[in-house]
Design a protein around this ligand. Structure first.
Ligand code: IPM
Ligand code: MN
Length: 379
């Protein structure tokens, strides 16, 4: 935190690097920005945004998916907020020039290794879940902890080459024990703060990385009394998530499995458009982004659900402003979202009978109004 006026602790100022990106990224980011401003002003916090290009937008401007100066701008900020990257226009570029490579480089350069993806069923949205009420049980409230620095995303070699009379493609799953242990310990700590259950997901019947993963989980479990740890293969975990989602609390897994299972989690609670995420590392500067992608087919039509981005803004305050005001701003956003859903407002992805369908912008406005209304009630 940066206090400009001679140690006057009451003037918190948060510098946020803003990377709207591609597709629906700019639309959902604009709503998150409105909401951040409203929540910050309610807490007496000032937020300064520094907007920069990433992904396809950056490729168009500079030829690179993440220019040096953008990386440097992110390093200088207190937190990074990102919309989404990617689109059909850039799908045939070589890997180093793809929009997604910009995001992966950003995660790596910022030293981010834990991606927290809370998956929560909102009561007013129970009928938007594809599951029958009896499968939903007493609701869904889990934290997917996705390892973000290793696995197939960063292992080398990763290439496609000519060999004999055909082409061969190779990707490498790579993990060090250090990478595994730090994320597993974080997941155990979260389980201690939550309902005391940790599910570690792997494919230890096939993969070496998974066997190391399992060994490390078993090696640290005794450091976390009160946490019940369980292992499950990823295929079984996918089925179990659909059959009995209510029994999951904290789920910890490697990079690619976490990517896949968190989309499944989004579908369970009604829409991937609802899920936020926080990516954290050692130095306190996090990256906050909705779990969904750039959804090119929805772009520019005011149809996208901005709640994943708005809830990511809540996580930004919670993790980047570690005093009462950060938690206060985050709580204001979370409460406002719940209220808007209770009032029956829905974006198209959540269309069910009885909901009032609104566009991206209107949904953002409703959340801002709910924050402002909450503030008036305090006075
Ligand atoms: C996500 C996305 C990214 C990932 C892509 C865009 C590289 O799917 O954040 O879940 O796979 O990590
Ligand atoms: Mn994904």
């Amino acid at each position: 935190m940066d206090s400009e006026t001679g140690g006057e602790a009451s003037k918190a100022r948060l510098r946020v690097a803003l990377l709207p990106g591609d597709g629906i990224g700019p639309e959902v980011t604009a709503q998150a920005v409105k909401v951040m401003k409203a929540a910050a002003s309610a807490e007496g916090v000032s937020v300064v945004f520094n907007q920069m290009p990433i992904g396809g937008e950056a490729i168009e401007q500079t030829g690179e998916p993440i220019p040096e100066r953008v990386l440097a701008g992110c390093q200088r900020s207190d937190a990074v907020f990102l919309g989404a990257v990617g689109g059909p226009r850039w799908n045939n570029l070589p890997r180093a020039k793809r929009p997604e490579t910009g995001l992966l480089a950003l995660r790596q350069e910022l030293g981010l290794w834990a991606n927290l993806r809370p998956v929560k069923m909102y009561d007013p949205l129970a009928n938007a879940s594809p599951l029958r009420p009896e499968s939903l049980g007493h609701g869904v409230d889990m934290m997917v902890v996705r390892e973000l620095s290793g696995g197939l995303y960063y292992g080398r070699p990763s290439e496609c080459r000519e060999e004999g009379n055909g082409r061969v493609a190779v990707d490498t799953m790579w993990y060090t024990s250090r990478q595994i242990e730090r994320v597993v310990r974080l997941a155990f700590t979260l389980a201690q703060e939550r309902r005391g259950h940790l599910l570690s997901v792997d494919k230890a019947n096939v993969l070496s990385c998974s066997r190391l993963w399992r060994e490390i989980v078993d090696g640290v479990v005794s450091d976390y009394p009160g946490v019940r740890a369980e292992h499950m293969y990823v295929d079984a975990a996918a089925a179990e998530l659909v059959l009995r989602p209510h029994r999951f609390d904290v789920v910890v897994t490697e990079n690619m499995f976490g990517d896949i299972l968190s989309d499944l989690g989004g579908a369970l609670v009604g829409s991937l458009g609802l899920l936020p995420s926080a990516s954290l590392g050692d130095d306190g500067r996090g990256l906050f982004e909705p779990v969904h992608g750039s959804a090119p087919s929805l772009a520019g039509q005011d149809k996208a659900n901005p709640l994943g981005a708005i809830l990511s803004a809540a996580l930004l305050f919670r993790y980047s402003l570690p005093d009462g005001r950060g938690a206060g701003a985050a709580d204001r956003i979370d409460c406002a979202v719940l209220q808007v859903l209770r009032d029956g407002y829905r974006t198209l992805d959540l269309e069910v009978s009885g909901g009032r369908i609104v566009g991206t912008r209107a949904m953002g406005d409703l959340v801002v109004e709910a924050i402002d209304g909450g503030m008036r009630n305090e006075k």
